[in-house]
Design a protein around this ligand. Structure first.
Ligand code: PLP
Length: 497
């Protein structure tokens, strides 16, 4: 199709061409979402196959829009791993809901950069409101302020820097930080905490030696007695404990660290308590699930990811904190060229973190919360918990399968365990055989293309993870997944040892 001013003008894509293309894109996305199940969840590809079909050099002259969209349709759409697919149960859900996608499009059109109130007034004030709504929906008290960031990894990094500022004092900001080893800073996390805590320690310069891993109990929860003993031992050795990171919904098993004992230790020891509820935090929208979060209002900072189990298009992480002034003191740097922009009276969000330029994330959340309503969101979460319990029950009732962790939320950890086939073996040989079988079962299910599951290791045991919570998955999908697992097990067990 002709696009006369594509090459003749020096401006943007012409309005009419943009309008036509925007309609095509809208149709394309709607078709994709309606028919995503026609794709394999995991594309059948080897590294480099797609790159080989994209020219080495960029085009010298602009290309027609039709050809660009056609290449998207042929090269990209079929060859991504389909996070939107109802059979995607590998990692914590990261599905983008319809109203959220529409908000994301409008935000792209505005391109509002939410640095300071003055250069993003409506976007800043909407973010203030949406953060307040989310805080209220999660049942947290008004003293929590907060903001939206890109990921839990960054929310945690910012919180740990604020923790250092609060506990070690402003000197850590002014003079940098002392080297590690005794005399250095220490933070505490359980053996099951997310890798983002370690990455934050690397970025902050306290190093992995500055991170102490606390053992977990039989349900994969941080042991508060071991934490208290570790802090005492470190103090005696000259370390400066400054922060405890508790996890509400760990990545491997969704275990919940005991918040109240952790809060007591932090209050007694003068340490910052950061809670990573990146995945499970959304469950606090459901009144009967709030029990899992008892005491979390005692934390100094909390991260919950709407882009996980609240279906906000990636990215959107909610960082809540009790003392906003600590974040501001730790991060604000306002040079002369921004002094007039940084007016008082509203949040100048860039002063609370690392980024100067910030995406307008509040719009998609505003759309989503209004479209579904708090009841609608809670009903969906409740359904996912029901589905997870259903799968857990099927596993428990099958003598050849085994569940490897409690199911507080929407993720089920399981493995095939045909006991009769293992009777003559010692414990080590049994575990080795179980690992081989279950890895083969997982590989078969994933190769089948209808489902994508992941694995982890719990107490040394190879574990298959089925992460439900996908907005597009219904009971039939969960049933299909269970059937696929059992069929794969029959095939694997029929193979010669
Ligand atoms: N914390 C937990 C418990 C997680 O499970 C994850 C990711 O799955 C993260 C943090 C990191 O989230 P993000 O990708 O938003 O940094």
């Amino acid at each position: 199709m002709d696009e006369p001013s594509r090459s003749s003008g020096l401006g943007d894509m012409p309005h009419e061409a943009f309008r036509r293309a925007a309609h095509e894109v809208a149709d394309r996305v709607a078709d994709y979402l309606e028919r995503v199940e026609r794709y394999r969840v995991l594309p059948d590809l080897r590294p480099g196959q797609i790159r080989a079909r994209i020219p080495d050099e960029p085009p010298r002259e602009g290309e027609p829009w039709e050809r660009i969209l056609q290449d998207y349709a042929e090269l990209i759409e079929p060859h991504v791993t389909h996070w939107q697919h109802p059979g995607f149960m590998a990692y914590f859900t990261s599905v983008a809901c319809g109203p959220g996608i529409l908000g994301e499009w409008l935000a792209a059109g505005l391109n509002s950069n939410v640095m300071f109130w003055k250069n993003a007034p409506a976007s800043t004030e909407l973010e203030e409101r949406v953060v307040g709504w989310l805080r209220h929906m999660l049942g947290l008290p008004e003293r929590f302020d907060g903001m939206l960031t890109d990921t839990a990894s960054v929310s945690t990094l910012l919180s740990l820097v604020a923790a250092r500022h609060a506990v070690a004092g402003p000197g850590s900001r002014e003079r940098g930080f002392r080297p590690h080893g005794p005399g250095g800073l220490r933070l505490y996390r359980s053996e099951e905490a997310h890798l983002s805590v370690d990455k934050a320690a690397i970025v902050m310069g306290i190093g992995l030696e500055g991170v102490r891993r606390i053992p977990v109990d039989e349900a994969y929860r941080m042991r508060a007695d071991a934490l208290a003993a570790a802090i005492e031992e470190d103090r005696r050795a000259g370390w400066i404990p400054f922060c405890v990171v508790g996890t509400l919904g760990t990545t491997s098993s969704t275990s919940v660290d005991p918040v109240e004992p952790l809060a007591e230790i932090c209050e007694r020891e003068g340490l910052w308590l950061h809670l990573d509820a990146a995945y499970a935090g959304s469950a606090a929208l459901v009144p009967e699930l709030r029990e899992w979060f008892r005491g979390w209002e005692r934390a100094d900072s909390i991260v919950v990811n709407p882009h996980k189990w609240m279906w906000t298009p990636f990215d959107a992480s909610l960082l809540l904190f009790r003392r906003p002034e600590v974040f501001r003191e730790a991060f604000a740097v306002v040079p002369a060229y921004l002094r007039e922009t940084a007016v008082e009276g509203a949040h100048n969000y860039s002063e609370y973190g690392v980024q100067l330029g910030r995406r307008f994330r509040a719009l998609k959340l505003w759309f989503e919360i209004r479209y579904f309503g708090t009841e609608g969101l809670a009903a969906r979460l409740r359904e996912h918990v029901r589905l997870a319990r259903l799968l857990a029950r099927w596993v428990d009732e099958d003598p050849d399968w085994e569940r490897l962790a409690p199911v507080p939320f929407s993720t089920v950890c399981l493995r095939a365990h045909p006991r009769q086939r293992l009777e003559a073996m010692d414990a080590a040989a049994r575990e080795a055989r179980l690992e081989r079988w279950n890895a083969a079962i997982l590989e078969r299910v994933n190769r089948g293309g209808r489902f994508y599951l992941s694995s982890t290791r719990l107490a040394g045991r190879y574990t298959i993870r089925v992460a439900l919570g996908n907005l597009r998955a219904q009971e039939s999908h969960v049933r299909g997944c269970w059937q696929a697992l059992r069929e794969a097990a029959v095939e694997v067990l029929a193979e010669p040892p």
